[in-house]
Write a protein that binds this ligand. Structure first.
Ligand code: AHR
Length: 646
């Protein structure tokens, strides 16, 4: 309060907004989402499957499962290898029931437990077959952490051939750490595979779909694009474990599971139970992008495994299948029903094209080997699909020898869009708000493809999604927006993290099995995205762009469609700033402007599952006197002001 009172006594600083002088067009793609299956983002996260290792394909085939018996029930479980018959889903189990009294069965622990909600419907499915003469009934139970049954259903496999069975039931209690029990009663044996449990309520209520609360948070950002499936996961630790989109579509029991590359990456955060089922595969990514109004941006492996790991390379004379995957992906996304891959998309339930316009060639690649492979990919894609914009990597670093080399090369090639990454200290973000001011206006466009301020150090497990970081990102992003003629896309990374299963921090959205919360960084991203406008106009202090002088960062844009002026102002100091915006414009403005304030928090302020809105935007209004807007921007605060033209 004292700071505000002092500020009111100070003479306001006057900024000029030349609202009729369009400086840059803001692309609809400007603020988007980076998705990667890291931190249990997909399996164990947004992909709503509750059973871990449902098809027994983990290296340890019964990982996540435990034999259970009660009242003297006896039985046994054997893992069956059917590699020759079904290499992509090579293991099943055979359960023998060995006593007619008591119960024998298996439990599954889920992904750090299972989140179950009272009154919600759950759908249990299993693929089973039984030998002639066997009659085994499956009693499915959900147990809370204390072992009380909180939901149950029954089904009886009847066929000697593999067949899918389903039972639905309603949960009677809420539990964050539930487990699934499958009791087998009767005589003989039964073979099981794809043992699965989904909530019936999913995003758009699609069966076996995505967690609605998490996708809603993405939709609430109104993102311009959705980048998928990563990140380093595209590359894989080695090439065998790279992401292959063709293996991620179609029947889920035919999508070959592989180890997740984040399973072993960090010694301080080992995650031995992290695998990829690809239940969230390319079809689901495309559909989610469409659902939330985001342009799809797939990133493809370019014949190189992660250069921080094995760095395996596909020899140039064996690169064809990789290039073909890229060409086929464009056909899958955009092709008509007369094309092979377009027909497959239609057969999978989406006759309408996905309108793919961009494709990433490689994730964080560098070196001569990347250049060699990039040239081959780019020529093939451009020859067949000249309209596809290629996203090219300038490596994992924001500066330095490799960055400069690639930047120079791509500029020489007149490349479309360069993917820059920066995981840096908050100070770097404050110091780099001018980064793009002097970029060549005629050169490649920039995709700030992965960034996040790191409160301790890059990759440190102690990093926090605190207000200091979010505020620094808000300040930096004034520079992205001011340079929207060069910077066409930006996304914070990584996106999701399970509070009990993460490998990397900070992350934009955190969740447990039942709840989720948006970080301060999320609100910064969201405010930019919801208030991007269509065109940037100059916001000046004594004729100069505002970019960090006296701790002030600002940008202004107009929204031509809605006829609005949007001002973003970031005060990074610990003193309130009284400011006046003097609008030079032919238009007149309504007398009331809306103000969204995110700030006046301590540097270490964070959100959490229990206090999800400790840091969250607050709406208010302010008076517009003719063409003057006067506001006081509190210490450590990001404000967005919207004025309607009359
Ligand atoms: O966002 C986490 C990782 O950081 C991404 O997978 C990778 O591209 C970057 O190094």
């Amino acid at each position: 309060m004292a700071a505000l009172a002092t500020a009111q006594a100070q003479t306001p600083k006057v900024y000029t907004i030349e609202a009729d002088k369009v400086k840059a067009h803001v692309e609809p793609t400007m603020y988007g989402i980076f998705f990667e299956d890291i931190n249990l983002a997909a399996d164990g996260g947004v992909y709503a499957e509750l059973v871990k290792n449902r098809s027994f394909e983990f290296d340890s085939h019964l990982a996540g499962w435990k034999e259970q018996q009660k009242n003297g029930g006896k039985g046994s479980v054997a893992v069956i290898d059917r590699t020759a018959e079904r290499p992509e889903n090579a293991h099943t189990i055979k359960v023998n029931v060995e006593s007619s009294t008591g119960s024998f069965g298996l439990s599954n622990e889920g992904f750090r437990g299972m989140g179950i909600k009272k009154g919600e419907g759950y759908s249990f499915t299993v693929t089973a077959r039984k030998p002639a003469g066997s009659l085994v009934k499956l009693i499915v139970e959900l147990h809370n952490a204390k072992g009380t049954v909180i939901g149950t259903g029954t089904l009886t496999p009847t066929s000697a051939d593999w067949k899918k069975y389903n039972v639905k039931f309603t949960a009677t209690a809420t539990e964050n750490k539930a487990s699934l029990y499958v009791w087998l009663k009767g005589k003989g044996s039964v073979d099981l595979d794809m043992v699965s449990l989904f909530p019936q309520h999913t995003w758009k209520n699609r069966p076996a779909g995505l967690r609605a609360d998490l996708v809603q948070k993405l939709a609430d950002m109104k993102p311009g694009f959705l980048r998928f499936p990563g990140g380093c996961i595209v590359e894989g630790r080695d090439l065998v474990n790279r992401y292959q989109w063709k293996k991620s579509i179609g029947d889920i029991d035919k999508r070959e599971n592989i180890i997740n590359r984040w399973n072993t990456e960090f010694k301080h955060r080992p995650t031995p139970d992290y695998y990829q089922t690809f239940g969230l595969g390319f079809m689901e990514y495309f559909m989610t992008a469409e659902d939330i109004g985001a342009s799809p941006l797939p990133i493809l492996n370019c014949g190189m495994a992660c250069q921080f790991n094995t760095g395996q390379l596909v020899p140039i004379d064996q690169l064809d299948p990789y290039v073909q995957d890229a060409l086929d992906l464009v056909e899958f996304a955009n092709g008509g029903p007369e094309t092979k891959w377009g027909k497959l998309r239609a057969d999978l339930g989406h006759p309408k094209p996905f309108n793919l316009k961009m494709l990433g060639v490689g994730n964080e690649q560098w070196g001569e080997q990347y250049i060699e492979r990039w040239k081959i990919f780019t020529k093939a894609i451009k020859d067949k699909y000249p309209y596809i914009k290629i996203i090219s990597s300038v490596g994992p670093y924001a500066e330095g020898e490799e960055f400069n080399r690639l930047d120079k090369f791509f500029r020489g090639m007149n490349a479309d869009i360069l993917d820059e990454h920066y995981y840096k200290a908050p100070k770097w973000f404050l110091d780099n708000a001018k980064r793009y001011d002097n970029y060549d206006r005629k050169g490649p466009k920039i995709f700030a493809g992965e960034y996040a301020a790191q409160s301790v150090a890059t990759g440190s497990p102690d990093n926090k999604n605190n207000w200091e970081c979010a505020l620094a990102e808000a300040a930096f992003m004034t520079g992205l927006e001011r340079n929207a003629d060069v910077v066409n896309m930006a996304s914070y990374a990584p996106l999701f993290a399970h509070v009990d299963g993460w490998q990397w921090t900070p992350d934009l959205i955190w969740f447990d099995n039942l709840r989720s919360y948006a970080t301060p960084d999320y609100y910064v991203q969201q405010l930019y995205s919801l208030n991007k406008g269509t065109d940037v106009v100059p916001l000046l202090n004594n004729g100069e762009m505002v970019s960090g002088e006296e701790g002030a960062y600002a940008t202004a844009s107009i929204d031509k469609k809605n006829k609005e002026l949007i001002i973003k102002f970031v005060n990074t100091t610990d003193k309130a700033k009284p400011v006046t915006f003097n609008i030079e414009s032919a238009a007149a403005y309504q007398k009331t402007a809306t103000v969204t304030t995110l700030g006046n928090y301590k540097k270490d302020a964070v959100n959490s599952l229990d206090a999800p809105k400790a840091v969250a935007p607050v709406k208010s209004t302010t008076v517009v006197s003719g063409k003057l807007v006067k506001v006081t921007v509190e210490p450590a605060t990001f404000k967005v002001i919207r004025l309607k033209m009359i």
